[in-house]
Ligand binder design. Structure first.
Ligand code: F0G
Length: 378
């Protein structure tokens, strides 16, 4: 494949647009990120995702608790990975790398292949065969990644890409690449700016554990700079069948319907444990049944469609709410407790799961009486 030089294309003529659009996370947070004036900014204008108040979850969490949803599904490729990828790919381009490589449960590969396409770089992707959602696979393919479906799980794919990156001159863009963590920490900045303070509690799904590590880094940086006056409790939720951090040992055969977090040996193990311990939070597990309940509730009651892995944070919140956890937390003054659940990816990533969850009736004849009865109007 011929690789074009695209540095000119990367400069967007935003100055000629009528309104000033959101510039993407690198321009929005340049002074907090490892970029310099010579770094070519590869962006799809990621970030600036909505923080949506959730009336249903707030009511379930208890008195004077406000629950917000940080909906990362609105990022350009439909997941939080774009925050890290804009930095990782920009730095790879700066280093004149011709190709990037990752192992993925789907979203990293979707993001890496899109940003690599934008940068005029090749992307190579290893995925566990048969274990990633269709939407994500379609993204990697259409963006032109070389996709290898491997007969192994994500952990084995990650070990393989680490070896490949040592042997060949390609840039690894999994979250062991520190530029990914740098970009992903911006989610914490946005949450603090929108709320005007850090939340009391930050709840996130945990798989390879880069995201919780990055969020904690972001909060700590804003705290050190005096932009926020307190730090949140960091709570992480893994799927029960893929919960190495909860069990304290590697899970050789991770199992869960939440394929994005089907991971038995997280790369950022220590980062996740540090986030939980330093913030006096914890990492716990939720069952697939709890994940699917939260998945359906978010879609049916809040109008927010996420992929199953993303619903792990809300499943965790609901489980804690039932045990009276939020009511028992210490509060300062009379202000309500603020809880943010991170919703990591869009529901359209995995349409098969939605269709499996809710039964669609048989096709009907085009008859008014049959149809009105079928849709409950009679
Ligand atoms: N939610 C979604 C939708 C994800 O795709 C991932 C990770 C996570 C949560 C967990 O984040 O790994 O930083 O703890 N997906 C990776 C991938 C592993 O390959 O797309 P984490």
């Amino acid at each position: 494949m011929k690789v074009r030089m695209v540095s000119d294309q990367l400069r967007t003529p935003n100055s000629r647009l009528r309104t000033s659009p959101w510039p993407g996370i690198i321009e929005a947070y340049r002074s907090h990120l490892p970029v310099s004036p010579v770094t070519p900014v590869v962006t799809l204008l990621e970030g600036n995702t909505p923080l949506i108040f959730s009336p249903t979850l707030s009511a379930q969490a208890g008195r004077r608790v406000e629950v917000y949803l940080k909906y990362e599904g609105t990022n350009p490729t439909g997941s939080f990975k774009d925050r890290g990828m804009t930095v990782a790919i920009s730095k790879a381009k700066e280093a004149k790398s011709m190709a990037v490589l990752c192992a993925s449960t789907g979203n990293t590969s979707a993001s890496a292949s899109a940003y690599a396409a934008r940068a005029g770089m090749r992307s190579l992707v290893l995925i566990p065969s048969g274990a990633i959602a269709l939407g994500k696979l379609s993204q990697a393919l259409i963006h032109g990644a070389r996709v290898a479906a491997v007969e192994a799980n994500f952990d084995a794919c990650l070990a393989l890409v680490k070896s490949l990156a040592q042997t060949f001159p390609i840039t690894l863009v999994n979250s062991i690449n520190p530029h990914r963590i740098e970009g992903q920490k911006t989610i914490a900045f946005e949450i603090c700016e929108t709320l005007g303070e850090a939340p009391d509690v930050n709840i996130t799904p945990v798989g390879n554990a880069g995201n919780i590590t990055a969020q904690w880094k972001g909060y700590r940086e804003y705290y050190r700079l005096g932009r926020i006056a307190r730090l949140p409790l960091m709570l992480g939720f893994q799927a029960e069948g893929a919960a190495p951090l909860v069990k304290g040992k590697i899970v050789a055969k991770p199992r869960t319907i939440a394929t994005a977090i089907r991971i038995g040996n997280p790369a950022s193990w220590q980062g996740a444990m540090a986030a939980a311990e330093e913030s006096r939070g914890f990492i716990r597990a939720v069952s697939d049944r709890e994940i699917l309940e939260a998945y359906r509730l978010l879609a049916a009651r809040e109008g927010v469609f996420v992929e199953p892995a993303s619903a792990a944070s809300v499943a965790g919140l609901l489980k804690l709410a039932k045990s009276g956890y939020f009511g028992a937390l210490k509060r300062t003054g009379s202000r309500p407790l603020t809880v943010v659940c991170i919703l990591t990816g869009h529901g359209l990533k995995d349409p098969e799961r939605a269709i499996k969850s809710i039964r669609l009736g048989k096709p009907l004849p085009p008859s008014l009486s049959v149809i009105s009865k079928a849709v409950g109007l009679k």
